[in-house]
Design a protein around this ligand. Structure first.
Ligand code: FAD
Length: 500
């Protein structure tokens, strides 16, 4: 153990996480770091990940990927938000749209002015003031930076794409930058007697792959972080009770929507994700409340087009590794933990883990304070996302099934209980520095789930009534005009980034 730089990294596993890690490290460290990746074609990948959040654009920009080429390669479409159907009550629908809503006035967030208008009897939904929500509703898309010459921000977008094709694309990128790929099944990890650090990954054919630093991307198995280093797993099933998913792709049966759909079912929920060449569908469910056959039947009866393959079942335990970095090994992707794809956060968590890893990249001393800080930040990020997901389940008024009644009755983590309480009081939302979801994200899900503030901020009363009407009316007009001028989503794709 000394202050020498890390010279070699071995990435175990080549799913989305493994190839994202290979591409980012190759780009960040160039030839100064020797990077090898070992994966097994026989074992394969999970490969369901299809919906993302806008931060994905940062990693693509860091890698220097051309966005249109990336979309062609991964059969991608644009995503403006997530539509939640039947979550709080049967028949409900709201969108968690990316980007801002309205404009702040003075020091008060926009939604306090909207709450005042509601209190005065105006009925326009909050989402009338969201450019993303209006564009999504009308199936429109363009890469708009600003709304005309107004202070309103433009479109904020992410993508739907085939995660297996993304991994393949990044593999070509990484190999072109010197990453060496090895085929083989990992059997074991050899550890140093004096400190328990990993010395080498041992393949089934007996070959030893040595490195200074190891990145565990072996999926749910967590072969190194759990199998060798026994990091431990924190189970969050008591708050997020779904533990299985069944997925199937189908043909397009309608418009190519620029948003994900998440429709609550009797004991879980169903996703619908439009790609260029097919629609990805899946039913996430709670095995204590519904069997596999019925879950598959629910999925198949809610497809928009003909299925393209056989339904595929997956099992998972929601939670996180107690430590994501142990000794000389960091876990990324499913090896580090899993939360259902309700807010499309898994690929983002790989990306943010990588961002942290690059900025905290160690030397061979492996400073314990650095490792502790990495683990602290990772835990914080996971827990805040967990709380956001719990809000969708907990704040429901459905009485039609035991599953939803149990979710409404459960006790939630303290940080979430405090957030709900603050919002109920006077619409206040506070967010800590490293938290992923924005105030506007929390606002939409709170309101969508019928958590209503009792009051609004008193500063909103400072605006004369005609001025309030004018302010709100002007924003709606600007948004309507901007949306009218946008092309249809599929036309935009056909023009700029359709796969051949
Ligand atoms: P995997 O894809 O499992 O890859 C593991 C790798 O390790 C493979 O290459 C495998 O060959 C290798 N490996 C394993 N064991 C061995 C061994 N013994 N020897 C050699 N190699 C080995 N994320 C999103 O962001 N958006 C979504 O919409 C989304 N939807 C999801 C839906 C479901 C139902 C599930 C389960 C996940 C979803 N995810 C989503 C998560 C997303 O799929 C994963 O985060 C992402 O694919 C990363 O997976 P991974 O690379 O960590 O693991």
């Amino acid at each position: 153990m000394n202050d020498d730089p890390i010279r070699s990294v071995l990435i175990a596993g080549g799913g989305t996480a493994g190839w994202m890690a290979a591409a980012v490290l190759a780009r960040a460290f160039g030839a100064s770091l020797s990077i090898r990746l070992v994966e097994s074609e026989e074992i394969g990948t999970v490969g369901v990940g299809e919906a993302t959040i806008p931060q994905i654009r940062h990693i693509n920009n860091f890698l220097g990927l051309d966005e249109n080429a990336f979309l062609r390669e991964t059969r991608g479409t644009f995503k403006l938000g997530i539509q939640f159907n039947n979550w709080a009550r049967l028949g409900d629908s709201y969108i968690h749209a990316f980007g801002d809503i309205g404009l702040p006035l003075g020091l008060s967030p926009f939604h306090h002015y909207w709450l005042r208008a509601q209190a005065e009897g105006k009925r326009a939904p909050l989402w009338d003031y969201s450019l993303n929500a209006e564009a999504a509703k009308n199936n429109r898309f363009s890469r708009l930076e600003r709304v005309g010459d107004s202070p309103l921000a433009g479109i904020k977008y992410a993508f739907h794409f085939d995660a297996s094709l993304y991994a393949r694309y990044l593999r070509r990128y990484a190999e072109a930058r010197g990453v060496e790929r090895l085929e083989g099944r990992i059997a074991d990890a050899a550890r140093r007697g004096e400190n328990g650090f990993i010395e080498a990954v041992v393949l089934e054919n007996g070959k030893r792959l040595e490195a200074d630093f190891f990145i565990d991307c072996t999926g749910f198995r967590g072969l190194l972080i759990e199998g060798a280093l026994e990091a431990g797993y924190e189970d969050w099933t008591r708050w997020l009770p779904c533990d299985r998913a069944v997925a199937v792709a189908c043909r397009h049966g309608g418009a190519m929507r620029p948003y994900t759909q998440a429709t609550a079912q009797r004991a879980g929920w169903q996703w619908r994700i439009p790609l260029q060449h097919r629609v990805g569908n899946g039913h996430v469910y709670c095995s204590a409340h519904i069997g596999d056959d019925e879950a598959a039947a629910v999925l198949l009866s809610n497809l928009e087009g003909e299925p393209l393959d056989e339904p595929r079942f997956l099992r998972f335990t929601t939670g996180m590794r107690r430590k994501m970095w142990v000794k000389n090994c960091v876990a990324l992707g499913l090896a580090s933990g899993f939360m259902e794809p309700l807010e499309s956060t898994s690929i983002h968590l790989i990306q943010s883990g990588l961002g942290r890893l690059v900025s905290m990249f160690p030397d061979r001393r492996f400073n314990p304070a650095l490792i502790a800080e990495y683990n602290r930040q990772s835990r914080f990020e996971f827990e805040r996302i967990r709380d956001f997901l719990i809000l969708h389940y907990h704040a429901n008024q459905r009485t039609d099934s035991a599953f939803w009644r149990e979710c409404a009755a459960m006790s939630v983590p303290d940080a979430l209980a405090a957030k709900i309480e603050l919002f109920r009081g006077a619409g206040r939302i506070y967010r800590e520095h490293e938290e992923l979801f924005t105030e506007v994200g929390w606002l939409q899900v709170m309101l969508g789930q019928h958590v209503r503030p009792e009051r609004y901020h008193p500063a909103a009363d400072g605006l004369a009534p005609q001025k309030l009407d004018g302010f709100l009316g002007d924003i709606r007009i600007l948004i309507e005009r901007a949306v009218e001028a946008m092309p249809r989503h599929e036309d935009f794709i056909a023009r700029h980034c359709a796969a051949p």
